[in-house]
Design a protein around this ligand. Structure first.
Ligand code: SF4
Ligand code: SF4
Length: 276
């Protein structure tokens, strides 16, 4: 069973819910797909056994044999390559390159343009007690984590309960994480901002046609914003994690009450299993 945990915005408690679900399952794998800012490791404290560099192919031009015909730069829809024939200059903006390979395909001169590997991030693999741990980490200044996330999902172990901790928002990195999931848990908080971003996330999972439910973090009995919305939209609220000052203090120290909430989160997993 593959469960993606997502939220319309950052800071709603997505990693809290993801790690607590992974802890509650008997045989689980936690995959941190929030590659720009992975923080599940802070709470799970895994022992890292392997670090695998993640590379993508980018063009390298040999100006000794390049004819400066501009075929490559004209073919690059991302404007990552600029050729200036008048002064025989090649400019490559690697942060714009999507490693699509078009430039090397169209180049008519053998070996004038070759593809070389560029490291854009790392995949860290390890163990946190009974939880198999996988994390994607994008290098600083790299623009897009999508391909790293797609690669991360090759490490999914289908014999386990897999928890995919998604990046926040509704961009293509989130779509890459949610794709092929059996269920999506949308984490939100009972504030107007929380509700507004939840609506965007609901629209996304509905478009992707994946069953989903809501977990309300920092639940406050006096606020029924999310309750009203969920009722109107006929969306199941799987769990309400109450607001607690002690919880927040421990969270800021990298501590989550895994054992205390284990049964509650086992029940969430059971509900999800029933819904799939
Ligand atoms: S297509 Fe090849 S030969 Fe033409 S400018 Fe680009 S690298 Fe040079
Ligand atoms: S690999 Fe694609 S995106 Fe990158 S420079 Fe070549 S054509 Fe442009």
């Amino acid at each position: 069973m593959k469960i993606a945990v997502a939220s319309g915005k950052g800071g709603t408690g997505k990693t809290t819910i993801s790690t607590m679900l992974a802890y509650a399952a008997d045989n689980s794998q936690y995959i941190d797909c929030d590659a720009e800012e992975p923080n599940g490791h802070i709470f799970l404290k895994p022992e890292i056994e392997k670090v695998i560099p993640f590379t993508l192919p980018v063009p390298e031009i040999n100006t000794d044999i390049c004819t400066f015909c501009e075929k490559c730069s004209n073919a690059c829809v991302y404007k990552a390559l600029v050729i200036v024939p008048q002064i025989k200059k090649v400019m490559f903006f690697d942060e714009l390159c999507h490693s699509c390979g078009t430039c090397s395909y169209v180049c008519p001169v053998e070996n004038a343009l070759v593809e070389v590997d560029k490291e854009i991030g790392k995949i860290r693999i390890g163990k946190a007690n009974h939880i198999a741990f996988v994390e994607g980490l994008l290098n600083i200044k790299e623009a897009s984590a999508t391909q790293l996330i797609v690669n991360l999902k090759n490490y999914v172990d289908n014999t386990k309960t897999v928890i995919l901790d998604s990046p926040p928002g509704t961009s293509c990195t989130v779509v890459a994480t949610l794709e092929d999931s059996d269920f999506v848990v949308l984490v939100t908080e009972p504030t107007p901002f929380g509700l507004s971003d939840l609506k965007l996330a609901v629209e996304l999972v509905r478009n992707m046609n994946i069953p989903f439910g809501i977990v309300v973090n920092k639940h406050d009995d006096n606020v029924d914003l999310i309750e009203q919305y969920a009722k109107k939209e006929n969306i199941e609220i799987l769990y309400r994690l109450p607001f607690s000052e002690e919880f927040a203090k421990n969270y800021s120290k990298g501590i989550l009450p895994f054992e205390e909430y284990k049964n509650d989160f086992k029940n969430i997993l059971k509900t999800i299993e029933d819904r799939i």
